[in-house]
Design a protein around this ligand. Sequence first.
Ligand code: TYD
Ligand code: MG
Length: 454
Amino acid sequence: MAKVKSAYFCQECGHESPKWAGKCPSCGQWNTFVEEVITKEQSSSGYQSSSKRANKPVAIQEVESTSEARIKVADRELSRVLGGGIVPGSLVLIGGEPGIGKSTLMLQIALQLSNLKVLYVSGEESAQQIKMRADRMEHDSKNCFILTETHTADIFREVEALGPDLLVIDSIQTLHSPKIESAAGSVGQVKECTAELMRFAKENKIPVFLIGHITKDGAIAGPKVLEHMVDAVLQFEGDRHLTYRILRTTKNRFGSTNELGIYEMMQNGLRQVSNPSEILISQKDKNSSGTAIGATLEGNRPLLIEIQALVSPATYGTPQRSATGYDNKRLNMLLAVLEKRGGFRLGIQDVFLNIAGGVRVEDPAIDLAVCVAIISSLEEIPLSSKTCVAAEVGLSGEIRAVNRIENRIAEAEKLGFTEILVSKFSMKGVDTSRYSIEIKTFSQLSEVVSYLFG
Ligand code: TYD
Ligand code: MG
């Protein structure tokens, strides 16, 4: 008979404690401990076959290399984000807000992989609901199977009977393992179910995609350990009112983490967006002040992004500063630089900043574009729609070099810009004669200001 034991788990970070505590010693959050009953079996072995075979040490040169064995996916965006296809036996977690399109994305991928047998396990929707969604995406896959089940033991039984090449779990928070007595979605359950799926994936070399819910502050619900257990963590994000969706990696054991996939939510599913710059800047009105185009890089991908700024006199006491898609602290820093080094009286102005298209940019190369957009709005002088910028701004108002400037220049040229403003220090060893776009170099913010705004 199994011995019943209970423990307290922090719902934020998954810290386990034998006693309740007000404050989690691991993550410092208050009132996050919840008692969960765990049934410890004597010979606990998550996925049943693990006890049958004990691994032996192997010399590294004898370990089979599996680098070429990736499963090719037709979806180029997903393929790029994963680092070039799906790695057999990998466990991939996809997080995102409710309604953002996680189920749509995974079902679409499942249907596209028509030469593979895919099992889509749903604990959230009925088979009819999934079928309705599948019907909207015109497809002809006969190899996609739907299972509405939440008990891991039943799922593994069906998996063994069907023998799929790929498994999708929608969502990890709905799964329930009989080994743990707490409710589905609790830290203990999520951890245990993920561990079972991981063992399954590794032992059978079958890739598993897990859909995960996220909490209010954007982290994947469930313990942090979940992110350590899986091989890759993808975030599916975007503004729900806009149609663009961005798939980004926050962890990837088999590739780079700064790759980005862009989709557009259509009536018949998600469409891959192969040239995002065109969409992100297509709505620019030639004569409006306060917009600037920044040449950024997301992973290996150059992306021209429109930055919109609105500067208006503050009517109430403390001026407001708010940024969407951009770091607020960084905005405050740039405002201070503009005030101190550029002599712009921004201390009495409300400043709002928005990155068009619902994208979030962390590339410092966007700094100069942010500054230029703010000055353009403050002075009410529109910028030429054929000009774009790529440089970092330092605390003393210096224009700093950014990496891979040639990719940015080439992309700007491709999109029909006639002028790009960069740092003087970016241009070492760059052959400017290769480009027809005019490359203007600067070393101080004040030079840029007098060049653009006279
Ligand atoms: P869904 O995949 O259910 O989101 P999640 O699993 O992340 O909660 O996405 C639902 C949204 O997507 C819903 O608001 C409708 C929209 N949608 C489309 O616009 N077109 C489509 O073809 C599909 C299937 C969904
Ligand atoms: Mg869903």
